[in-house]
Design a protein around this ligand. Structure first.
Ligand SMILES: [Zn+2]
Length: 195
């Protein structure tokens, strides 16, 4: 063995432990660094829910006495006695006597007054922030028309039985909320209290 290589071996024997320790620590720090970098990158995803109300909007109740006969359900199927099938009910039904006043839940503008067989007389109220409130199953002779500007609490219709798709449910208001064209849960804006 040459003098040079034996010197190297001696050095390796002397410092080998420290070299291994140094490399190990270096790798360890690198892994910790990368992990925390990824972790911090992923942090915002924790707040990324499918739907977030940025600017809380609150409604007044659309009828004076709240009696929810059918609540909003996005996935849970509810039985429709009229259609004799299970379906998602993406609205809240407020059971009330025929002719009960229906209120504007917020200041807004009437953007549509229409009728169709399934949902009956329907009023669409634009309350701003890309949020539209849809009232269905109203009586005939709706007191508002397209373009009307209404105040929170104004009467915009009366509870009826005109929604043929929900005829078996008796007189009620069928209320939907649409945010940016997506049907969302009206409970996000209403405070109906625990029943
Ligand atoms: Zn309904």
């Amino acid at each position: 063995m040459s003098v040079k290589s034996s010197k190297f071996v001696t050095a390796l024997k002397k410092y080998g432990y420290w070299i291994i320790l140094g490399v190990t620590l270096g790798v360890l720090f690198l892994v910790i660094g990368l992990t925390s970098a990824f972790a911090s990158e992923k942090t915002p995803a924790k707040d990324d829910t499918s739907f977030v109300v940025n600017d809380p909007i609150t409604f007044v109740n659309p009828v004076l006495t709240v009696d929810v006969s059918k609540n909003y359900s996005n996935s849970a199927l509810q039985y429709s006695a009229t259609l004799k099938q299970w379906e998602a009910h993406k609205a809240i039904d407020f059971s009330a006597e025929e002719g009960t006043d229906v209120f504007a839940v917020k200041d807004g503008k009437i953007i549509e007054v229409s009728y169709n067989y399934l949902m009956g007389n329907t009023v669409k109220l634009d309350v701003g922030n890309n949020l539209i409130v849809v009232y269905s199953s109203l009586q005939n002779d709706v007191p508002v028309k397209e373009g009307d500007v209404v105040k929170q609490g104004d009467v915009i219709g009366k509870v009826g039985t005109t929604a043929k798709s929900e005829a078996s449910d008796g007189p009620h208001l069928h209320l939907e909320t649409w945010l940016d064209g997506v049907n969302v849960d009206p409970n996000l804006y209403l405070d109906l209290g625990e029943k």
